[in-house]
Structures are given as structure tokens and as C-alpha cells.
Design a protein. Structure first.
Ligand SMILES: C[C@](O)(CO)[C@H](O)COP(=O)(O)OP(=O)(O)OC[C@H]1O[C@@H](n2ccc(N)nc2=O)[C@H](O)[C@@H]1O
Ligand SMILES: Nc1ncnc2c1ncn2[C@@H]1O[C@H](COP(=O)(O)OP(=O)(O)OP(=O)(O)O)[C@@H](O)[C@H]1O
Length: 279
């Protein structure tokens, strides 16, 4: 049996660091949204035991295990199934980009194998299993725009978030999330941000745009500040770095201006741009 699943990217419309736990993880308050840029994850159940993953379209740095393989191994364990799993991932989401690509692949494998192996674990349990693989994974199983607290794994639905167009621009450098958090000096206890209201209008969302991690990533990669400037110059109502970076998104009300900006930024050597819609 084999099936294909789409694994979308995410952006963080705001990311406030509100504390640090004894284990080194940071407590956050974030607004997260999935967007229409997808990895394609093909999963096959095969007779030969074990898990094999092939990633097409990108060279993942050697040494680390693919997070999708860890997800599959866990599902085999939980199901007790007497088979193996082969996964082929077509990467469209830039890697180590602040777009949650690996986490989304892992979530797709958890949900996909839950269906294919008939484990019927349910959303809550799958989110809990996802949280053991990475802080962003539960969000991709939650599948709705979310107000995320805890380490990013306590999720509440955000009502009435307008479906904007976004232009994502990636400057072609890879940023390590662990490095960013390690270099975040928490000088004072963060203020506990609350779920924002007024999300139906562009102005409301633009007012919200804020990412505490920019303070670490931008000084190391100043190109991110240029990306923001370029997006604003091309008509974005607001622009922000997503997650730990370096990808920047611009918020657009109309698709025409967004498409024009996306095409213009794609001409810059080394940059990749994507016109996406909020999911
Ligand atoms: C930047 C974001 O993408 C925003 O959505 C997430 O906070 C990162 O989520 P993620 O990549 O799934 O994170 P994990 O794979 O669990 O952890 C990567 C590294 O980031 C750090 N980390 C992650 C999440 C968090 N709330 N605090 C942290 O300090 C951890 O030290 C870890 O070494
Ligand atoms: N399936 C995968 N796709 C992408 N990266 C993977 C995958 N499996 C393991 N990795 C490793 O995970 C690291 C982070 O990749 P990813 O693309 O998920 O980062 P990110 O978008 O910055 O994530 P986040 O926004 O959650 O911090 C990469 O350096 C890569 O080596």
C-alpha cells in the first residue's frame, strides 16, 4: 500500500519569548499559520522491516537522522505492525529556513501512518507523540491557525484570522534553530503575551508582527533586514522574519501586488521567493 500526503510550511505572525525552562527550552507565545508551500511525502508499507527515507530536491546536512524516519519508527512501534516503511520526500520547503519543513514532514508521517496502519490514535495522542519529536510538530497535527504557548506545543484555535496572501523570501542561508535559541540573552523575564484580537483586518495583523528571535538572527545575517526593506518597498503591508529565520514573509492584501513582488524578488541571485496563501 502507498499513499501521498502534503506537508505545508508554517509562518510565525508573532513570536514572543516569555521565559526559559530549566531544561534550556524557551517558553513562547506565538501566532502560527500554515501556508500553501508543500513538501510531498509518499509513504509505502513494505514487507521488509525497518524504515527507509529518501529526500529529493535537497542535500540535508549529513550526520543527522531525518525527523520523518523517527516519526515512522515510532508509529511502527506503537502499531506493532509486522512490516516496514519506505518514505520519499520531495522537498519544496527550504531547509533550516524558519518554515518548519522537517516538523511538517514528521507530522505528515505520524498522521499518514496512523491512517495506513489503522492505529487510530486520535489527534491529541498524535500531537503528544509529535511533541516528543520536535516543538513545532504538534502544530502541524492541530491543522488550524493557532495561538501557541508552552514551548510551542500548547495550542488554541485563533478565530477569524483573515486569509492573506504572503510572499516568502529565503536568502539561501541555513540557520540552526538551536544556535538562535542558545544566543538569545534573556535579560529580563518576558512579558506574558495574550492571544491578540482584531485579526480580521490587515492593519490588525500588521500591528501584531513581532519576532524576538530577529534580535539574534539579523545581526548574524543582515541580509534579512534587506529582505524586509525590499518587501515593504514592493508594497507589503508588513514584513517579518519567520521562526528562527532566515526566511522573511511579506503580508499582502491583494494577489496582484504579491505576485509582482514575488517575481521581482526571484530575480535576485541566490534568493528564492514563493507566493502563498494562508491555510
Ligand atoms: C522557532 C520555531 O520554529 C518557532 O515556531 C520553534 O520554536 C522551533 O521548533 P523546533 O525546530 O520544532 O524545535 P526543536 O526541534 O524541538 O528544538 C530545536 C532547538 O531549539 C531550542 N528550542 C526549541 C523550542 C523552544 N520552545 N525553545 C527552545 O529553546 C531547543 O534548544 C532545541 O535545541
Ligand atoms: N525531513 C526533513 N526536512 C528538513 N530538515 C530535516 C528533515 N529531517 C531532519 N532535518 C534536519 O533538521 C534541521 C532543521 O530543518 P527544518 O527545515 O525543519 O528547519 P526550520 O524550518 O528552521 O524549522 P523550525 O522553523 O521548526 O525551526 C535541518 O538542519 C536538517 O538537517
Amino acid at each position: 500500500m502507498n499513499k501521498t500526503f502534503l506537508a505545508p510550511a508554517k509562518i510565525n505572525l508573532c513570536l514572543h519569548v516569555v521565559g526559559k525552562r530549566p531544561d534550556g527550552y524557551h517558553e513562547l507565545a506565538m501566532l502560527m499559520q500554515r501556508v500553501s508551500l508543500y513538501d510531498t511525502v509518499r509513504i509505502a508499507l513494505v514487507a521488509e522491516g525497518g524504515v527507509r527515507v529518501v529526500c529529493k530536491g535537497v542535500d540535508l546536512p549529513p550526520g543527522g537522522e531525518n525527523i520523518a524516519a523517527r516519526a515512522a519508527r515510532r508509529m511502527l512501534e506503537l502499531s506493532g505492525a509486522d512490516c516496514g516503511v519506505e518514505i520519499v520526500i520531495d522537498k519544496a520547503i527550504p531547509v533550516a529556513a524558519g518554515l518548519g519543513g522537517g516538523s511538517s514532514d514528521a507530522a505528515a508521517v505520524l498522521m499518514g501512518l496512523d491512517e495506513m496502519l489503522s492505529t487510530a490514535l486520535g489527534k491529541e495522542r498524535l500531537m503528544a507523540e509529535g511533541g516528543k519529536l520536535g516543538a513545532d510538530v504538534p502544530f502541524f497535527i492541530f491543522k488550524e491557525p493557532a495561538w501557541a504557548t508552552g514551548i510551542g506545543d500548547c495550542l488554541e484555535t485563533v478565530p477569524s484570522l483573515a486569509p492573506f496572501w504572503y510572499v516568502l523570501v529565503n536568502p539561501g542561508v541555513a540557520v540552526s534553530t538551536a544556535w538562535v535559541y542558545q544566543n538569545l540573552g534573556l535579560t529580563s523575564p518576558g512579558t506574558v503575551a495574550r492571544m491578540p484580537g482584531f485579526l480580521e483586518t490587515t492593519a490588525g495583523v500588521v500591528r501584531l508582527l513581532h519576532n524576538d528571535l530577529e534580535g539574534v538572527t539579523i545581526p548574524r545575517y543582515p541580509v534579512i533586514a534587506s529582505l524586509k526593506e525590499r518587501l515593504l518597498g514592493l508594497g507589503a503591508a508588513g514584513a517579518l522574519m519567520s521562526g528562527s529565520g532566515p526566511t522573511v514573509f511579506g503580508v499582502f492584501e491583494g494577489v496582484e501586488a504579491a505576485r509582482a513582488a514575488c517575481e521581482e524578488l526571484a530575480t535576485v541571485p541566490g534568493w528564492r521567493s514563493f507566493l502563498v496563501r494562508a491555510l
